[in-house]
Design a protein around this ligand. Structure first.
Ligand code: C2E
Ligand code: CA
Ligand code: CA
Length: 278
């Protein structure tokens, strides 16, 4: 046990200690990961099942450490968020994703959108809109191809501030998507206030909808809600043909998931765009 203030002890079990030590080690490595060029993006296609065409990619961050190998984003992004690092990493992701999308367009490949995840720390950065606008100028990507994904709980925090940030993004011509829709469901009121364009149905509902009546009811509700609000809709985590049919029957035509594609390294993503062209 460690002493923590007067008469307060926290027990450090071996496994907790190991976890803390690992996180500390990873955080230290994170500080040099950017300059050492250890990050890369994978691109997961988003498919319109009516045309069987790719309409966009989601950029997903990967960290390839020289000794530890690939470290999953679920492990290192929370650590980056605890430090100021996520802001630098976030800008790197944005720049890389926009530059890549523009490069594909310049090669004559079919133009597609690029969806980039934002973290709360980025959204809270007062320079964010300025930075995003600079990235668009720098990379010369037309803003209509950029989509930013935020989660509900991010939207719920400091609503007035977030509303203004999102309005600024819309003025720039950027698409705003609520990611993992349905998971943090605290209030539907934010839908009235936030200028959003698109909802992404959270993966757990998609995985449960065929067997679990509650998940099915929630999916039905989300689809109706998106239609009533005239918002674009995409389902993520689609893995089976049955899931696809279920969504198609309910007029949800945009999907992302292993059924079609896993997140792809840049050259493979380029290949699927090339195949689409031919
Ligand atoms: P997310 O934004 O919800 O991304 C979707 C996750 O689901 C990705 O995991 C993707 O690989 C995975 N996925 C896609 N299709 C399927 C499927 O059919 N089945 C299953 N089981 N999984 C599927 P990934 O790449 O490990 O990313 C995890 C999370 O890390 C992301 O969840 C996102 O919250 C965060 N993340 C990733 N890249 C970034 C980034 O550049 N910035 C920020 N702030 N967060 C990121
Ligand atoms: Ca996402
Ligand atoms: Ca998601």
């Amino acid at each position: 046990a460690k002493k923590r203030g007067r008469n307060q002890y926290i027990m450090c079990t071996p496994s907790l200690r190991a976890l803390l030590e690992e996180n500390l080690r990873l955080t230290n490595y994170l500080y040099t990961a950017l300059e050492n060029d250890e990050f890369l993006l994978h691109y997961q296609p988003q498919v319109d099942i009516r045309s069987d065409k790719i309409t966009g990619f989601e950029a997903l961050l990967r960290w390839n450490h020289p000794e530890l190998g690939f470290i999953p984003p679920g492990k290192f992004i929370p650590l980056a968020e605890q430090t100021a690092l996520i802001r630098h990493i976030g800008i790197w992701v944005l720049k890389t994703a926009c530059a890549q999308t523009k490069a594909w367009q310049d090669k004559g490949l079919p133009p597609v959108k690029i969806a980039v995840n934002l973290s709360l720390a980025q959204l809270e950065n007062p320079n964010l809109v300025q930075q995003v606008s600079e990235v668009l100028t720098e990379t010369q990507l037309d803003s209509s191809y950029l989509e930013l994904e935020i989660t509900e709980n991010m939207a719920m925090k400091e609503t007035d501030y977030v509303v203004n940030v999102l309005k600024d993004f819309k003025k720039l011509g950027i698409t705003i998507t609520i990611d993992d829709f349905g998971t943090d469901f605290s209030s539907l009121n934010f839908l009235k206030q936030l200028p959003i364009d698109k909802m992404k149905i959270a993966m757990p509902f998609v995985h449960g909808m065929l067997n679990n009546p509650t998940d099915e009811a929630i999916i039905n509700m989300i689809i109706m809600l998106s239609q009533g609000l005239n918002l674009d809709l995409i389902a993520e985590g689609v893995e089976t043909h049955e899931q696809l049919l279920f969504l198609a029957a309910r007029d949800c035509h945009q999907v992302q998931g292993y059924y079609f594609f896993k997140p792809l390294p840049v050259l493979e993503a380029e290949k699927v765009l090339l195949e689409m062209k031919n």
